[in-house]
Design a binder for this molecule. Structure first.
Ligand SMILES: Cc1cc2nc3c(=O)[nH]c(=O)nc-3n(C[C@H](O)[C@H](O)[C@H](O)COP(=O)(O)O)c2cc1C
Length: 152
């Protein structure tokens, strides 16, 4: 079993969360990969896929949406998956993680966590205090969910 933490990021905040997740999924193998460099052909049955995007206008970025749309129609069968987004703490901020989770489900993935938000202080960041620690904790929960599923 191997995994990927695939992210899009304009200012580095979503990338930093993706890297914290990838580091804290250990001992599972999970590289943090930019969506521009990710080759979905490398996904194999039993792998896992964590997807992260900044909210852009109430939705994931076009690159992330394009990737997940390409993986629709059951192409994620046998893949465990979860999604997170980064966002500002507006009164109304919209959502990307829930939309990505829906697209992952449409692709046939088995969802292993609720959609999860991480918060930045402004459009360019930085991340709010404690968010990288929160990412590490989320990753440890993902790792135990993946571990439980791997052991029948
Ligand atoms: C064009 C644009 C639209 C945005 N729309 C939203 C939004 O609808 N809701 C929100 O909470 N944040 C919004 N933001 C703020 C981003 O979520 C924030 O820039 C992002 O979390 C930073 O992550 P990054 O450094 O990985 O790009 C928007 C930012 C940009 C540039």
């Amino acid at each position: 079993m191997k995994g990927y933490v695939v992210y899009d990021s304009a200012y580095g905040n979503t990338q930093a969360v993706a890297e914290a997740i990838s580091q804290n999924l250990k001992p599972l193998r999970a590289a943090a990969v930019s969506v521009s460099e990710f080759n979905p052909g490398t996904l194999a049955t039993g792998d896992f896929l964590i997807v992260g995007s900044p909210i852009n206008g109430w939705r994931p970025t076009p690159k992330i949406t394009q990737l997940l749309t390409r993986l629709g129609d059951g192409r994620l069968k046998g893949i465990r998956a979860a999604a997170f987004d980064t966002r500002v703490r507006f009164f109304i901020h919209g959502d990307a993680a829930r939309k990505m989770t829906k697209l992952l489900t449409d692709g046939g993935a088995h969802i292993i966590s609720d959609p999860t938000p991480f918060y930045v202080r402004g459009t360019e960041g930085p991340l709010r205090a404690g968010e990288l620690e929160k990412a590490a904790g989320w990753a440890r929960n993902l790792a135990s969910a993946l571990d439980r599923k791997a052991t029948p």
